[in-house]
Design a protein around this ligand. Structure first.
Ligand SMILES: Nc1ncnc2c1ncn2[C@@H]1O[C@@H]2COP(=O)(O)O[C@H]2[C@H]1O
Length: 255
């Protein structure tokens, strides 16, 4: 399986795209602004969108995706997320005011948008790939995803604070190859990080001690003004571990 990083920044600005990961040609995890760089023909091939949570930086391009591909798609696009996230989309996005309700377009009985509930612990399998929603802790209901190709697993944390159930779940995955974990803020922003339920280098490095050594660790969701500082702090606090790298738009992870 091939995971392509379309966006993984915690903000915008030239060169920065917010979170969107693509698995093969038909599955997206989150639909941030990175999605907007895909060619039209590839946008039209997306059948499933798994959301970690409903914050704008993770859903910004979902409404635009549906409107863009509507003329060329006959099959619906299924959005998988917790009931709480789907309720938020229904109430605050696809409400005919912020954006048309694509569950009713082109026809009420065959909308382009389908919702499918996926709660923590739920599993979805397609073409040999298994996605499992894992618990995380953010300011709004949120999940991480384990993506298991059968050969190996990649875990994507989405947005999270330090959360013991998440680390326990990660630790039980026997074929874990890569952990994509957020570190949104540098250590000098520890107060804001706690208020907004994000990790800092100090708290990530402490948490990583429970994981097996040798894991491929990719850092995501860095706030743009502190990209370099966050990576420097991680480098200094891990003795320069080559296993901890910044995730970048355009990266491809095979698993
Ligand atoms: N008190 C706060 N609580 C939550 N988010 C905040 C707060 N103050 C600022 N923010 C920012 O709002 C952003 C919303 O998206 P993020 O969770 O990525 O990151 C959050 C912070 O950067």
């Amino acid at each position: 399986m091939e995971l392509q990083v379309l966006g993984c920044s915690g903000g915008i600005g030239a060169g920065n795209r917010t979170t969107a990961l693509r698995l093969g040609k038909h599955i997206l995890v989150d639909a941030g602004t990175g999605l907007g760089d895909l060619p039209l023909a590839e946008l039209a091939q997306i059948d499933h969108v798994f959301l970690t949570h409903a914050h704008l930086d993770h859903i910004a391009c979902l409404p635009l995706l549906l409107d863009t591909v509507a003329p060329v798609r006959t099959a619906p696009v299924t959005v998988h997320a917790s009931q709480s996230v789907l309720d938020t989309l229904r109430r605050h996005v696809f409400n005919w005011q912020v954006w048309p309700d694509f569950t009713q377009i082109p026809q009420p009985d065959c909308g382009l948008l389908r919702y499918e509930v996926m709660e923590r612990g739920d599993v979805f399998t397609l073409d040999g790939l298994t996605l499992t929603a894992l618990p995380v802790l953010h300011t709004v209901p949120a999940v991480a995803y384990q993506m298991d190709s059968g050969n190996a697993s990649v875990v994507f944390s989405g947005d999270t604070d330090d959360h013991a159930p998440f680390w326990q779940a990660v630790n039980t995955i026997d074929n874990l190859q890569t952990l994509i974990i957020e570190t949104a803020f540098a250590d000098h922003e520890a107060t804001l990080a706690r208020a907004s339920r994000h990790l800092t280098p100090q708290r990530l490095v402490a948490a990583l001690k429970v994981l097996p050594a040798g894991l491929d660790i990719r850092i995501t969701h860095l706030k743009p003004f502190d990209h370099d500082l966050i990576m420097r702090e991680l480098h200094d606090q891990t003795g320069g571990s080559a296993l901890i790298r910044r995730l970048e738009s355009g990266d491809v992870i095979h698993f």
